[in-house]
Design a protein around this ligand. Sequence first.
Ligand code: RIB
Ligand code: CA
Length: 326
Amino acid sequence: MTPKDPLLVDCDTGIDDALALLYLLGDPDVDLRAVTAVFGNTDAGTAAENTLRVLELAGRPDIPVAVGARSNWRGTVHLAPHVHGHDGLGGTGLPAPARSPGTEPAAELIVRLARENPGKLHVLAIGPLTNLATALLLEPELPELVGHVTIMGGAVHHPGNVTPAAEANVHNDPEAARMVLRAGWDVTLVPLDVTMNEVLTEQHWHRLRTGGTAIARFAAEILKHYLDVYQRDVFGVRCAACHDPLAAAIAAGDVSPVLAPKVTVDVDTGDGPARGSTIADTRGRHRGFPDQDGARVRVVLQTDGTFADRLVERLGGAADRSLDVA
Ligand code: RIB
Ligand code: CA
């Protein structure tokens, strides 16, 4: 995306979604036009309310928020209170937002913004892909109207984080993910392969806690919960993955992938153990990963591992004193 291209974020706010929104809102060159909410980390209504809270905290109550899908296309709902807390924000107990979400449904808002900005709109999808797939059904020309789609989702060579094969955003609605990845628009896919390698640590938490701004303090509060969960369930040490913030930074052009070939990507929609897995054609790996003819999905397979520092700096974290010399 060029700095001033209009951006729409579709998310299931969620701890890392909140950090991603705050990261984007901290850049005056990012033109965030709307946020659409979907079920996932929490129910769609709570995700919309959390989004409103984050926008108020960042001083942007002007940005429209819409509620979208409350379940996937099969009518099932998987939520993640064990990861994001009962309120989706680590049980931080923020006050209710001052305003309510708009009445326009999320998929309709996506279509309207795409029509109003033909060839320009960048969609950053960091939750299950149900809203985006519904928008594709509403407007078959959407792939021509949208400039670019960046998705946090999938696991290519990395294990899944919900099942051995499936990453959460794809697992929550494999049919929708398949439709979005096959729609014939330009997509950047940011899978677990890279988001699990860009990690926030206890030191980052400390920098945020002592950062002195309301945004830094809020980020520290939600990150504390996230670090507890990742230590307990994933890494065994105090590190937490930067899933959605990394996708946001790639969408904004702040992180340039080290390796990101254009390859075909499909999703397993069967009912076996591979349901929700992302199958990317990475057979070119021994030939330097040439882009595949006709492929429209760029799969990010490697970043440089330094993003968390920049995230913390953007969110108002205190300077890193560990680099000072005596
Ligand atoms: O698998 C990680 C993704 O699932 C992130 O987007 C997280 O917020 C959850 O939605
Ligand atoms: Ca998310």
